[in-house]
Design a protein around this ligand. Structure first.
Ligand SMILES: [Zn+2]
Length: 503
């Protein structure tokens, strides 16, 4: 995700968020988190069919989820928030299994079987109806230029408000999405369309099965879109926008290919998906969101008028696109195992995004901006209410509070420090090793330190850990204790914002 940071409101907001985050830092370990779904019954594939008409207030759908029961159990849980569940049916092969269903907090649905489920494969079928969200989250509806559109925005835990799923990032599975929409509308998702047919005024689009994705990176959009091709990518590309805005997509179409090419070169690995759509969304809370192969942008970030755009608007487009495309490898191809490592996603994409921006548009000197952003992080981090970059999270926490200046700017500064310490080539070799080892799977910060340590031939985790697991800004005080060279003793303390903070 790419934040929109305003210098006017950023400090008070982040300071109060950091205070509430601190209270969760001593929370239970993930394994003891009662709001996690558990791993006794896990999904391996989900097919979904949606009946969508953005002109209506509600939609309907059905999900067919392949499950694996790993040990005998009477019950399991999945996520489905807000929606009406019309039918929930469990079967093994063709045999229906009698169950009852209970709904709880956080969108958790518990399915209980009358007799224990033996280990093996099962299928869960769920039919549902739901109102579109109207507050730019989950599956939501927007009216722009007199036309209605439907968009999704899920990170971190709003996929459960759109369809039934295992809404935790470690459940990384292939998805197959089918949408039925009015004939005049168009739809996009995470893959190219496999088949598109029109019958009786309804257009049915069957999208290709995705590579393994967590629920938060699934994307669906429908409405009377315009689109223009993005030529020069290693895969088919488009900029997608609301009807009538196509002329404003050409700047993005021109700036994107060198960014993707620079990333493919840095990672030494081809872009991992079968196409790339950049989608301009008229109502959008963040700056952009890295849905796999279907990146959504706040409309004003992506669509620019070449006749009137300012240099800073062009920089905003390039740096946001570079940040989001970095996520295609770091976040999408390799996904955090749990939200504790959200910082790693965002720190890396911010660091990588700046590196690529500097390559494709050196005239902006983004390294200068990094000084400002590190300063901004230090202002928050010098307060007693700050938190460590890597913060323990419970499923019941307000996970959105993690998207702050510490996860982005402080983490970026720490990664930059590690790169300078290890050397750019060693750092890159370590990241490439990490991506290769965990492609299409999940990983943690510890996995990255292991890969970097292997590339560097020394222990990176101990150094990185001291910056990640402790809050605050280290301040080194050098005191001359004698005239003999080398006699200075550098005690390391913690920086504070002011004396009123009490340290
Ligand atoms: Zn991001």
């Amino acid at each position: 995700m790419h934040l929109v940071v305003s210098s006017i409101d950023v400090f008070p907001r982040f300071a109060s968020l950091a205070a509430s985050a601190l209270m969760t830092s001593t929370a239970l370990a993930a394994a003891q988190d009662p709001a996690r779904l558990g791993t006794v019954v896990t999904p391996s594939f989900e097919a979904m069919h949606f009946d969508l008409d953005a002109d209506q207030k509600a939609y309907s759908g059905s999900a067919s989820i392949e499950l694996e029961v790993h040990a005998a159990t009477n019950s399991f849980r999945f996520h489905a928030r807000d929606m009406k569940l019309e039918r929930v049916a469990l079967r093994r092969g063709h045999a229906a299994i009698p169950t009852t269903m209970r709904r709880g907090d956080l969108g958790i649905v518990t399915v209980e079987a009358k007799a224990p489920l033996a280990p093996g494969p099962y299928t869960l079928e769920v039919d549902f109806t739901n109102d579109f969200n109207t507050r730019a989250s989950s599956f939501y509806r927007v009216v722009a230029g007199g036309h209605a559109y439907a968009f999704t925005d899920f990170e971190p835990d709003d996929a459960r408000g759109a369809f039934p799923c295992w809404d935790e990032p470690s459940f990384k599975i292939p998805w197959q999405i089918t949408v039925a929409i009015p004939e005049a509308h168009r739809a996009y998702s995470n893959t190219l369309a496999e088949k598109e047919t029109v019958t009786n005024g309804r257009r049915t689009v069957i999208f290709h099965r995705t590579r393994p994705l967590p629920s938060y990176l699934v994307a669906i959009g429908a409405g009377p879109f315009d689109a223009i091709p993005i030529a020069g990518l290693s895969v088919p590309g488009r900029a997608v926008m609301v009807h009538g805005s196509a002329p404003l997509g050409h700047v993005a179409a021109q700036e994107t290919p060198p960014i993707l090419e620079a990333l493919e070169r840095w990672f030494d690995r081809k872009y991992p998906y079968d196409k790339l759509d950049l989608i301009a969304v008229p109502e959008f809370t963040a700056g952009a969101m890295e849905n796999a192969a279907a990146i959504t942008f706040r409309e004003t970030r992506l669509l620019l008028d070449p006749k009137t755009m300012s240099p800073s608007q062009r920089l905003g487009l390039i740096s946001t696109t570079a940040h989001e495309l970095s996520h295609m490898w770091f976040g999408d191809l390799v996904t955090l195992a749990w939200w504790d490592d959200l910082w790693l996603n965002e720190s890396f994409a911010s660091w990588m995004g700046d590196k690529i921006t500097n390559q494709v548009a050196p005239e902006f000197h983004v390294a200068n901006d990094q000084v400002t952003s590190a300063d901004r992080a230090m202002v928050t981090d010098a307060r007693l209410t700050t938190r460590a970059i890597r913060a323990r999270q419970l499923a019941s926490d307000n996970l959105s509070q993690l998207f702050d200046v510490l996860s982005y700017q402080k983490g970026q500064a720490v990664l930059g420090m590690l790169e300078r310490w290890l050397g750019p080539e060693t750092f890159r070799a370590g990241v490439r090793g990490y991506i290769a080892a965990h492609a299409f799977g999940n990983a943690t910060a510890a996995d990255l330190w292991t890969a970097l340590s292997k590339a560097a031939g020394r222990d990176v985790g101990a150094v990185a850990g001291s910056f990640l697991e402790q809050p605050g800004v280290p301040i080194v005080t050098v005191e001359v204790v004698g005239e003999t060279p080398g006699a200075a003793a550098p005690p390391i303390g913690r920086g504070c914002a002011s004396r009123s903070d009490g340290c």
